[in-house]
Design a protein. Structure first.
Length: 180
């Protein structure tokens, strides 16, 4: 019962867009890089990112290990995680929910919870059949050789600890993240 209560409370947490609205991130999963952009100008590029073991594209369900394509925001920042830092994304988006509803992956009430969360600038539910807890994070204590060798996440975007520390100086809750 406590777990359900905490999940409900978590899904209602509001995120505040305090980042410079012109600064955003473009995640290029094919080129394995993140571009920090201001408007159309690239301010900086972080190379050698890792993505989900299942590649990148449309997520079909929780546990598919796919890094989702789409436009999200940083909904929360976890400073004390096993991955050093975790920038949680507002996945699933309303578009993700619409596609999943059409395919029968989620039901109407789940669709409504996701869309309502986005409408009120809240973090969408993270415990749906679409999955959740997708973000940008560091390695923590993981072996950097693995990071350089293959895609290893469960759908997140991984950077080295140095890169995630550096990125944390440029982004905050509310920053737009476009994944393609």
């Amino acid at each position: 019962m406590l777990r359900i209560y905490l999940l409900l409370c978590f899904s209602l947490v509001s995120f505040t867009a305090t980042a410079d609205p012109d600064v955003w991130l473009l995640v290029d999963t094919h080129a394995r890089k993140i571009e920090v952009k201001k408007g159309e100008q690239t301010l900086e590029t972080l190379h050698s990112i890792a993505i989900g073991r299942g590649g990148a594209g449309s997520k079909t369900h929780r546990g598919d290990n796919v890094t989702p394509f789409g436009s999200y925001r940083i909904g929360w920042v976890g400073e004390k995680t096993s991955f050093r830092r975790f920038f949680g994304l507002t996945y699933p988006s309303a578009e993700d929910a619409e596609n999943a509803l059409r395919k029968g992956v989620i039901d109407g009430p789940t669709y409504k919870r996701i869309v309502t969360a986005h409408h009120f600038n809240q973090i969408p539910p993270q415990n749906t059949p679409l999955g959740g807890q997708i973000g940008i994070h560091g390695l923590g204590n993981a072996d950097s050789r693995i990071h350089q060798t293959f895609d290893w996440t469960h759908g997140c975007i991984a950077l080295t600890n140095t890169q995630i520390d550096h990125l944390s100086q440029m982004v905050e809750t509310g920053t737009v993240v476009k994944i393609r």
